[in-house]
Design a protein around this ligand. Structure first.
Ligand code: SD4
Length: 329
């Protein structure tokens, strides 16, 4: 890794060890300086939202022991899937309007191998099912009952994912039966993670219970390769979070990677993809979308429609939360 390791950073980040994890969780995100020079040392892992701090740490446990980016992103997002406190991912996720927790997830490596599950119920680690589909079937995506059958046949167990807290929130929601998601509140916290290992290989994973109180059967962007996640081992990787329909209409993560292919920095590439949404999607200001990207050299960037999106970075020196730039204040 020697000559690939770079220590140029522009985000002004604190060194690891200066804060405990609980302190970091309480702390406000730093303002991200943006620009093409956001270069980090590698290995490096980035993920969406505050829960990314803990997820990144799980990924770092793999990367720091010379592990692959693919193993790191799976291990990283599994941490979030198993955390009952997060109400947009796995255990404890808010259900759909019928009271069912239905999960979407995908994973992709630097060769372009990918696997995905959608509308999956009762399985704690959809990302691992996605990886198994990638590695052991001729397919990319399995849905619903078929995905669950495949998981059970391969040793996964049924887990009750609806916690008391999420059930109560669903029951309260049903009383009002309003479907007006609150930006950065009700529908955030999908985990999208991208990592670059010391071999210089990229991988990404994305996992979510989707938009709270969605229609039963609704599938968002997160399991759609090119929408919620895209990795091109020669160019870079990107993940999306937020209002999935807007991401799907513009194939957001693929667009971010294609923008990088044409020479945009990760930050600029994310900004251009957000601008595409603002140009093509009606009422875009009613939803939030954030993109997070890195290239093969460890340059990274993030951009969202609304202020409020942040991401976590973990490398040798730091484990920190950073505010993304945004189109709207
Ligand atoms: C979805 N994109 O299902 C997901 C939700 C999300 O942060 O990202 N929340 O539309």
């Amino acid at each position: 890794m020697g000559n690939r390791r770079k220590f140029i950073r522009t985000a002004g980040l604190a060194t690891l060890g200066a804060m405990s994890l609980p302190q970091m969780l309480k702390g406000r995100a730093k303002q991200y300086s943006g620009g093409p020079g956001n270069e980090s040392s590698i290995p490096l892992v980035l993920s969406t939202w505050q829960h990314g701090l803990a997820a990144n740490q799980a990924a770092w446990n793999v990367l720091s022991r010379h592990g692959s980016a693919l193993d790191a992103v799976e291990n990283g997002v599994m941490q979030t899937e198993a955390d009952p406190g997060g109400q947009s991912v796995g255990l404890g996720g808010l259900p759909d309007r019928d009271g069912k927790v239905t999960l979407d997830a995908c994973i992709m490596d630097h060769f372009g191998n990918c696997g995905s599950v959608c509308f999956l119920e009762g399985i704690l680690h959809p990302v691992s099912v996605a990886r198994l589909i990638m590695e052991q079937t001729p397919h990319v995506m399995l849905a619903g009952a078929g995905a669950q059958k495949f998981a059970l046949e391969n040793g996964f167990k049924i887990t009750e994912l609806l916690t008391g807290k999420s059930r109560k929130e669903w029951e309260n929601w049903k009383r009002k039966s309003m479907y007006q998601p609150v930006i950065n509140i009700e529908n955030h916290d999908t985990i999208g993670m991208i990592a670059l290992d010391e071999q210089g290989n990229l991988a990404g994973a994305c996992t979510t219970s989707g938009i709270a109180f969605k229609m039963h059967g609704r599938v968002g962007d997160s399991p759609i390769i090119g929408a919620g996640l895209y990795v091109d081992g020669e160019i870079g990787a990107a993940v999306a979070t937020g209002h999935g329909e807007m991401v799907m209409k513009t194939l957001g993560s693929f667009l971010v990677v294609e923008n990088m292919r044409r020479g945009s920095s990760p930050l600029k590439a994310c900004e251009e993809a957000v601008k595409r949404i603002t140009e093509k999607v009606k009422d875009y200001e009613k939803g939030q979308v954030g993109f997070l990207a890195m290239d093969t050299k460890g340059n990274y960037g993030a951009y969202s429609i609304h202020k409020g999106f942040n991401f976590a970075i973990r490398n040798q020196e730091e484990n920190e939360l950073i505010d993304s730039e945004s189109y709207l204040p």
